[in-house]
Write a protein that binds this ligand. Structure first.
Ligand code: ATP
Ligand code: MG
Length: 283
């Protein structure tokens, strides 16, 4: 059986979460910072640790079958790869930002202005779509200091909390794209059964992350009202308690509207609510 290769970031914002995801999929491997390649002992897979910029091309050329990388890097490198799964981490937006005190009010005001970025390809496309002609200054890092140095009038950079912009006297002005980490594959790999197996494991870990396991007690009179509030995987399990009028209900609920759901359950008569994390959900 051919051993698959998956490329992940060697160090940086996506490294830790990528390693964690693969470990949660039950893959055993050493995560030495010094090694560039690490075999998985219990799955026919090798992990390549690379600069994130190189991952899309490695996957496009089939040197790695799979990769975990930000969508922003894929768009910037304009590679031909398959998007296999969004991974829910590394969320950020590519934004145009301008100095706090400036005369740029609308996108049209960017005509003739200099914009510094490490994402010239994405920015050029965006400006073209908007019919704006700016002078794109491609630099390799520390974009946020360029207006202060007089190098540009605006910047186009990745933002998550906006803290870096703020501390450099900049404010977000326009959204260019939003991004998160995704699993990509070389053309043709989606038919491979090992790839399918890995995608299924990843999906079961992601599903589990989005949900909590909840156990609660309720008087039988209130059971219908409580059940009406519970989606569950199929339907909740109802378990008798030593006290005849009471039952325990076991279910899973989405993390998304968790606190709303819990207060509704309390109002409907739920008591002794215990909430637990879930490791995997296999459908
Ligand atoms: P490398 O050394 O691998 O080239 P890098 O310095 O280019 O690393 P990082 O800063 O580690 O890259 O960011 C990796 C990815 O994390 C980005 O491409 C983006 O998809 C995502 N990300 C999430 N939040 C942010 C943020 N606030 N700023 C930058 N990138 C972010
Ligand atoms: Mg990089």
């Amino acid at each position: 059986m051919k051993t698959l290769k998956i490329a992940i970031q060697k160090s940086g914002r996506l490294n830790e979460k990528s390693v964690e995801l693969l470990k949660n999929c039950g893959l055993n491997f050493e995560n030495y910072k010094s090694s560039l390649i690490s075999p998985v002992s219990n799955f026919p897979l090798e992990i390549l640790f690379l600069r994130d910029d190189d991952i899309p091309e490695y996957v496009q050329d089939g040197i790695a079958d799979l990769g975990i990388v930000g969508e922003n890097v894929i768009q910037e490198t304009e590679v031909e790869v398959n998007y296999l799964q969004r991974l829910g981490f590394g969320k950020c937006s590519l934004k145009i930002a301008v100095p706090n005190n400036n005369d740029i009010q609308s996108l049209a005001d960017l005509n003739g202005k200099a914009i510094a970025t490490t994402y010239p390809v994405i920015l050029r496309k965006f400006l073209q779509e908007q019919g704006i002609q700016s002078d794109i200054r491609t630099i390799s890092g520390s974009v946020e200091i360029s207006p202060g140095l007089g190098l540009s009038d605006a910047i186009c950079d990745l933002v998550s909390t906006g803290g870096t912009l703020k501390s450099n006297g900049l404010k977000p002005f326009a959204d260019v794209m939003s991004s998160e980490a995704v699993l990509i594959g070389s053309k043709g790999t989606d038919g491979n059964h090992l790839v399918q197996e890995l995608i299924q494991r990843i999906q079961s870990v992601l599903r589990a992350k989005e949900t909590k396991y909840v156990v609660l007690n309720v008087r039988k009179d209130n059971l219908d009202a409580v059940i009406a509030l519970l989606p569950g995987v199929k339907s909740p399990s109802v378990v008798p308690l030593a006290e005849a009028d009471w039952v325990a209900v076991h279910t899973v609920i989405p993390e998304r509207d968790f606190w709303d759901r819990i207060s509704q359950l309390k109002q409907a008569g739920a008591q002794g609510i215990v909430v637990m994390p879930i490791e995997k959900i296999i459908l």
